[in-house]
Design a protein around this ligand. Structure first.
Ligand SMILES: Cc1cc2nc3c(=O)[nH]c(=O)nc-3n(C[C@H](O)[C@H](O)[C@H](O)COP(=O)(O)O)c2cc1C
Length: 207
């Protein structure tokens, strides 16, 4: 069991370790229960802390699969379309989910039984003077109307913080850079998820 957490010490000498130790309080119950059930909870709690600090890659390695959120696609402001980067805005499903920190991520989206490479923003979109947090994904090489459809967004790596840009043109230039960066990182992950899979499997350590 120790081995599972060993890499956490390597990647996070700071506050994450501190929080992590706090969360994984000694489990109670019969020995078999402690081994099986609570270890899973501890891993989940650790992954939540990591993801909520933006470390989705490390959270994924801890879980053995990418952190994901799921829900229905709802209408946004349709500004993404005018920028050349239409997005699927997510209304989260009601059950408890791990929501990564605000920021821009590279991910994979599953919709209608197919996987698509994507870049994702979690944030308030300060460039548009908006204030409520949304989760929206731009799917690469995808041009379908999926309003109302269930999707899941799987987070592989964090690209950057969300920022306020002086103009929509400046945001568009940044989205172009994010696209290149995302594609480069996706190549490095070299994923080929099968249609039947509902999660993106990741190696627990290394990578
Ligand atoms: C990968 C990605 C990164 C984004 N980064 C920012 C950002 O840094 N700042 C910002 O104000 N909005 C950012 N956005 C949000 C865009 O402003 C938003 O997609 C656009 O306004 C379209 O919104 P709509 O779908 O409601 O029309 C980002 C969106 C994506 C997909």
């Amino acid at each position: 069991m120790q081995r599972k957490y060993a890499f956490l010490e390597r990647i996070s000498p700071g506050p994450i370790n501190f929080l992590f130790i706090f969360t994984v309080a000694a489990p109670k119950g019969r020995p078999e229960e402690i081994m099986e059930k609570t270890t899973e909870n501890q891993v989940y709690a650790g992954a939540r802390l990591l993801a909520e600090s933006g470390a989705v890659r490390e959270a994924g390695r801890l879980l053995g699969h990418a952190v994901f959120v799921e829900g229905l696609v709802v209408e946004g402001n349709h500004i993404g379309r005018t920028l050349g980067y239409p997005t699927a805005n997510l209304r989260l499903a009601g059950h408890e989910q791990i929501i990564p920190a605000q920021g821009v991520y590279v991910g994979m989206v599953k919709v209608g039984g197919h996987w698509y490479e994507s870049m994702v923003n979690i944030g308030i979109r300060p460039t548009l003077d908006l204030e409520h947090v949304t989760i929206e994904a731009h799917l690469f090489d995808f041009n379908e109307d999926i309003y109302g459809e269930p999707i899941s967004i799987h987070f592989l790596d964090r690209i950057r913080d969300e920022m306020r840009f002086p103009s929509l043109g400046a945001l568009k230039d940044q989205l172009q850079k994010d696209r290149s960066e995302s594609l480069q990182r996706l190549r490095a992950f070299n994923l080929q998820p099968k249609a039947a899979e509902e999660i993106i499997f990741l190696k627990k350590e290394g990578n």
